[in-house]
Design a protein around this ligand. Structure first.
Ligand SMILES: CC(C)[C@H](C(=O)O)[C@@H](O)C(=O)O
Ligand code: SF4
Length: 417
């Protein structure tokens, strides 16, 4: 029986010839990432609960402070100090203030064919270049840290056959929101979302990250693309090579198949308080906003900043709207500076912040108050996600967010003349 790309990665990590959904395997992990959301809890367990604390291979670990950076109160400062000290004492790669963890991982570590666990649900982003990345809690993270291994219950795979090409002014962000709106927030629970077909090839690596990153918002274990020449070129640009290049077999078995025609996708918005509460962007046009956010591991890459800057150029951010622009990494920030994008944002009155999770996380910067409305390129719009429980978060593309920042109300790029 043929295998999917996800099954092949798991089989290799388990050291077996083949796997099928429902099998449970012990797997060797290629890498593990943990951020300041939970690392202090893992460190506490490591220090206080283990009889024989040790780390299987510190070189496989990456710790990244990105959620609340620079720290915003004494409690996070203490958690981050714990994480920083632990990383130094144990020879663990440590990043702070350099970007959102998944962007740092994509730029510096992830290789096609690898199996990577991260103590963060959006670790599924790494499928953009054909790696199997998935999120785990800190108990599983601790086990992986100590043994270098973990377990995987082989998930079923759902095939997303992409055809056609996205029209101008429509983005991968619209596509993944459309997909989640179609399958539902639980539509792919514990399954792999494999994005394939001619349409998949037209998408850039940044687009592919945007798709895989939000697989977890449909409940998926991960999202994945087969690595092609764009993936290999991305790795080369970042000084790396694939670990292995796997493709799904023609006779691989899928739980379900969907076809999405990219040319039919239009700008969409996810309304509060669920990611699958989708509507055409026109339907919410005119809703007054208090804040707009362009950033996050989903949509804070240079491609997204270019889209935002091209719409903003020659315009001003509306009075009484805070427009937060937060490059997803320092590399992106520096590139945006070089291209003059930061000047455009600043001249228009945007607040450009240091690379971090910002208001996508909603506990550090840009937190919104009672009944306030945010339009965001972040990953989630759950109740209270960005601040006060009565506040509302709408999710849209970089273009829709920027147009809204200019208009002071939800708007489409075509509304800005
Ligand atoms: C803090 C972290 C554990 C969390 C996650 O797992 O995704 C966060 O990144 C988020 O996006 O909600
Ligand atoms: S940017 Fe948002 S989704 Fe990504 S890791 Fe940070 S909080 Fe989570």
């Amino acid at each position: 029986m043929g295998m999917t790309i996800a099954e092949k990665i798991i089989a290799a990590a388990a050291g077996v010839e083949s796997v099928r959904p429902g099998d449970i395997h012990t797997v060797n992990l290629d890498r593990m990432m943990s951020n300041d959301g939970t690392t202090h809890l893992t460190v506490d367990m490591y220090n206080n609960q283990l009889n024989h604390p040790h780390i299987a291979d510190p070189k496989k670990l990456v710790f990244i402070v990105d959620h609340n950076v620079p720290s915003d109160n004494p409690k996070t400062a203490a958690s981050q100090k714990k994480m920083r000290d632990f990383a130094r004492e144990n020879g663990i790669d440590f990043w702070e203030g350099k970007g959102v963890c998944h962007q740092i991982m994509m730029e510096n570590y992830v290789c096609s064919g690898e199996l990577i666990f991260g103590a963060d649900s959006h670790t599924c982003s790494y499928g953009a270049i054909g790696a199997f990345g998935t999120g785990v809690g800190c108990t599983d993270f601790l086990y992986g840290m100590v043994t270098g291994t973990s377990w995987v219950l082989v998930p079923e795979t759902v095939k997303f056959n992409l055809i056609g090409k996205l029209p101008d002014g429509v983005y991968a962000r619209d596509l993944i929101l459309e997909i989640i709106g179609t399958v539902g927030a639980n539509g792919c629970n514990y399954q792999v979302m494999e994005f394939t077909g001619e349409g998949a090839k037209t998408l850039s690596i940044s687009d592919r990250i945007a798709l895989c990153n939000m697989a977890v918002e449909a409940g998926a274990k991960t999202g994945i693309f087969e690595p092609d020449e764009k993936a290999i070129a991305y790795l080369e640009e970042h000084g790396r090579k694939p670990k292995a290049v796997y493709h799904s077999d023609p006779d691989a078995v899928y739980a379900r198949e969907y076809t999405f025609d990219l040319s039919k996708i239009r700008p969409v918005v996810a309304k509060p308080d669920f990611v699958d509460n989708l509507c055409p962007a026109e339907e919410v046009r005119g809703i007054k906003i208090d804040e707009a956010f362009l950033g996050s591991c989903n949509n804070g890459r240079i491609e997204d900043l270019r889209v935002g800057a091209s719409i903003l150029k020659g315009h001003k951010v509306a009075d009484n709207v805070r427009f937060l622009v937060v490059p997803a990494s320092l590399e992106i920030y520096k590139q945006a500076l070089k291209e003059g994008l930061i000047d455009i944002f600043m001249d228009a009155g945007a607040i450009v912040m240091n690379p971090n999770c910002s208001v996508c996380w909603g506990s550090c910067q840009g937190v919104i108050g009672e009944n306030e409305v945010l339009i965001s390129t972040g990953t989630r719009n759950f109740k209270g996600r960005a601040g006060h429980p009565s506040s509302k978060v709408y999710l849209g593309s970089a273009a829709t967010v920027t147009a809204s920042a200019i208009a002071g109300k939800i708007a489409l790029a075509e509304d800005i003349q």
